[in-house]
Design a protein around this ligand. Structure first.
Ligand code: CMC
Length: 427
């Protein structure tokens, strides 16, 4: 097996080392390229470039495989729970019973937020998008908790990680409560991580709130499915922000800002809006035609993925979960039928087949979340809540990596060459 790759340039041949991972493609180590040839590589969007080394998550996009620390996502979704997956992502191994209980206990001791943080919400308009609130409030955490911001101290890193994972459901539920004008609810640590979040979101102080175990399980599974997805745009953002040694909470706020975009976390909101706009099966063909039309910017939201060129394994679990939740809540949402039919039509259409466009995780998630009672504006917030675990695991891994450097990509400059300033009267 080759352990090097030779590149030919005007300055001659350069032999570059090739490294193999445990699974997946080998990488050509180009770190010496610029020094030896005065040339950069050019790869907008990182389509052929590994930005870091990682042991956390592996995706085989052609086969539709997603592994966390080696464990297939389908097995985790079926048998594990979000807290256990959080432990796995952070620490690298599944916890023993004792380790699990200690971890859950530790997280539950950090669920409250500083009382003053609640005042930040009042600065937002009531109709502010909850993701805007999340960016602001999570960023504001960096002005609190000063005893856990030394990123070079492993203990402080761990405390900051626990705080962030524990507080994000509280902050997310408060963003929802603020938007509907209801009072904030304090956490109830006798409930599970997910049950507590459901209560803080849908409960009111005037009445007891009973968590439906089937809905709680479905929600927990959705969190598992979104917990990490290797170097996606928001995770890369968190790593890049963290590479300068930035405040841990501010880095998570940066990830939230990136996640909000419709090509990334905002797609589940966009997918549900699209399904509602299509409305009935008879209109599917029209929208499929729009998606295929080169002159129309419309895309089938919830379809296609940078990495998966096969069925997104998370989408399969989502489809099953959607059926379970709709049945449990006795919701007859015609949108589910539209989604299933649209999926069948697109999967047998040459355009989608040739471009290997399959449903992604966001195609069915909106249907479930809407049936549970979340407004579409909260969808990306839920994604952010779950992905916070992955962001933290990836950021910690980066800080502990001896090869870590501040992220500072060069660019391929095509602007004006040096020229002299011209006074305004001569322009
Ligand atoms: N509908 C119609 N055509 C599509 C779609 C789509 N959803 N997705 C990609 N294409 C076409 C695209 O027009 C392009 O065609 P051509 O080669 O003729 O120019 C080709 O497929 C490749 O698309 P691309 O934009 O170059 O591929 P990408 O890897 O840069 O983009 C994507 C991936 C997810 C941004 C894109 O598929 C998309 O916009 N999908 C809809 C939004 C969506 O569902 N996003 C959620 C992603 S999963 C959640 C997450 O992990 O964050």
């Amino acid at each position: 097996m080759s352990t090097s790759a030779t590149i030919t340039t005007s300055k001659g041949n350069l032999e570059l080392p090739v490294h193999s991972g445990t699974v997946g493609p080998d990488v050509i180590d180009i770190r010496k390229l610029y020094g030896a040839t005065d040339m950069f590589t050019y790869d907008p969007g990182f389509t052929s470039t590994a930005s870091c080394e990682s042991k956390i998550t592996y995706i085989d996009g052609d086969q539709g495989v997603l592994l966390h620390r080696g464990y297939p996502i389908e097995q985790l979704a079926e048998h594990s729970n979000f807290m256990e997956v959080a432990y796995l992502l952070l620490r690298g191994e599944l916890p023993s019973k004792d380790e699990y209980e200690k971890f859950v206990h530790t997280i539950s001791r950090h669920t409250m937020v500083h009382e003053q943080l609640a005042m930040f919400y009042r600065g937002f308009r009531r109709d502010a998008h909850p993701m805007a609130i999340m960016c602001g409030v999570v960023g504001a955490l960096s002005a609190f908790y000063h005893d856990s911001t030394d990123i070079n101290d492993p203990y402080q890193r761990m405390v900051a990680s626990h705080r962030m994972i524990a507080k994000i459901p509280t902050i997310a539920a408060m963003a929802y409560k603020y938007s509907v004008g209801q009072p904030f609810l304090y956490p109830d640590n006798s409930l599970s991580y997910t049950g507590n979040f459901m209560r803080m979101t849908f409960g009111v102080p005037a009445e007891p709130y009973v968590v439906d175990p089937i809905v709680e399980k479905a929600m927990d599974r959705i969190f598992i499915l979104h917990a990490d997805h290797e170097q996606n745009a928001s995770t890369s953002t968190v790593r890049l922000a963290g590479s300068s040694g930035a405040n841990p909470f501010a880095c998570i706020a940066a990830g939230i800002a990136c996640l909000w975009g419709p090509a990334h976390g905002g797609a589940n909101e966009a997918a549900l809006n699209m399904l509602r706009e299509i409305g009935r099966p008879e209109r599917i063909k029209e929208y499929v035609a729009k998606a295929k039309d080169k002159n129309d910017p419309f895309r089938l939201m919830g379809f296609g993925h940078r990495v998966y060129k096969n069925y997104d394994p998370r989408a399969k679990v989502m489809q099953k979960t959607a059926a379970e939740v709709l049945e449990r809540l006795n919701v007859k949402d015609p949108i589910f039928d539209v989604a299933r039919e649209l999926e069948q039509i697109a999967l047998s259409d040459d355009y989608f087949v040739e471009k290997k466009l399959y449903p992604n995780v966001d195609f069915y998630s909106g249907i479930i979340l809407s049936a549970i009672g979340f407004p579409t504006t909260m969808f990306t917030v839920l994604f952010a809540l779950a992905l916070t675990v992955g962001w933290i695991a990836q950021r910690n891994e980066m800080i502990e990596d001896p090869n870590q450097k501040i992220g500072r990509p060069p660019h391929h400059y095509t602007g004006a060459a040096q020229r002299d300033y011209v006074p305004v009267e001569k322009r």
